[in-house]
Design a protein around this ligand. Structure first.
Ligand SMILES: [Zn+2]
Length: 270
């Protein structure tokens, strides 16, 4: 389990670090995929180790993240891949740290200077914010709340293939919460915009951090109230009412979409 307090002690060569090369996470071939790497190994094997920053404590040990630069990754020692590819291939504990590490690295890189006056910012508040001294502006890591909703009608559930997804899988509808909007209003608006249906009986289900790059997925269930499916082709390729036992490919159970679908199916069987 990750302790979110950010260590203040500097990393040493034995410190455990999650290293990113662009958007990809680097793993040692000898280790398991998604596992951290000792800082000394990274410093020996990569041309540049930069943006080193603390992430938290994992099982009591301080852990860190960094970016690495190299013209060519040594494929005899390392592999690299995007975060999506790690889903299901690394432990939940490691995936949680990797998601936090990636978000903190991006946040620190994007907020080195104050957005208001351009002065360099400094880490403050035990690493929870970046602060501009002249204008006393504090910037916190940006999370983007996103609703994801399983819409049902009797024993049927609504599944949709996103535009450009090649209909690889069919999932719940999702969208960002707009400024000034409640999550429930976002659910109603997204469902209306994407498939033209009115829903009610909106119930909170649970949440999941989704570090691609900084969403917080808030899961809901809702019941169909009125309307026929009328998709917005800019957002959705196809939307279907599906019966349990006759589903198209759906997202893996690791994802909140998979969990929403499974819990609907369990309730039908129960
Ligand atoms: Zn400023």
């Amino acid at each position: 389990m990750l302790n979110f307090s950010r260590p203040t002690e500097p990393a040493g060569e034995d410190s455990l670090v999650w290293a990113f090369h662009g958007r990809n996470l680097v793993s040692e071939l000898m280790g398991s995929q998604g596992a951290p790497i000792r800082l000394g190994n990274l410093q020996a094997d990569f041309e540049k180790v930069k943006d080193l920053t603390s992430v938290g404590y994992l099982e009591g040990n301080p852990v860190y993240a960094c970016m690495v630069e190299t013209t060519q990754i040594d494929v005899m020692k390392y592999t690299s891949g995007n975060l999506f590819g790690l889903i299901g291939r690394t432990s939940q504990a490691h995936f949680d740290v990797i998601g936090r590490a990636y978000q903190l690295l991006n946040w620190e890189r994007d907020h080195r200077h104050c957005g208001r006056c351009g002065t360099e910012t400094v880490l403050a508040d035990k690493g929870q914010s970046r602060h501009c001294e002249p204008c006393r502006l504090s910037v916190y890591p940006r999370l983007s709340p996103c609703v994801i909703v399983l819409v049902s009608r009797g024993d049927e559930l609504l599944l949709a293939a996103g535009a450009g997804s090649n209909r690889r899988f069919y999932s719940c509808l999702a969208g960002f919460v707009e400024p000034g909007e409640t999550c429930e209003q976002a659910v109603q608006r997204e469902v209306m915009e994407e498939v033209g249906l009115e829903v009610d009986d909106i119930q909170y289900h649970g949440s999941q951090p989704w570090p691609f790059p900084g969403q917080l997925m808030l899961g809901f269930t809702a019941k169909w109230k009125s309307g026929e499916i009328n998709i917005d082709p800019e957002e959705i390729d196809e939307a279907l009412w599906c019966k349990p036992g006759n589903l198209p490919p759906v997202p893996p159970p690791f994802s909140i979409a998979g969990q929403l679908i499974n819990s609907f199916l369990d309730a039908q069987n129960g």
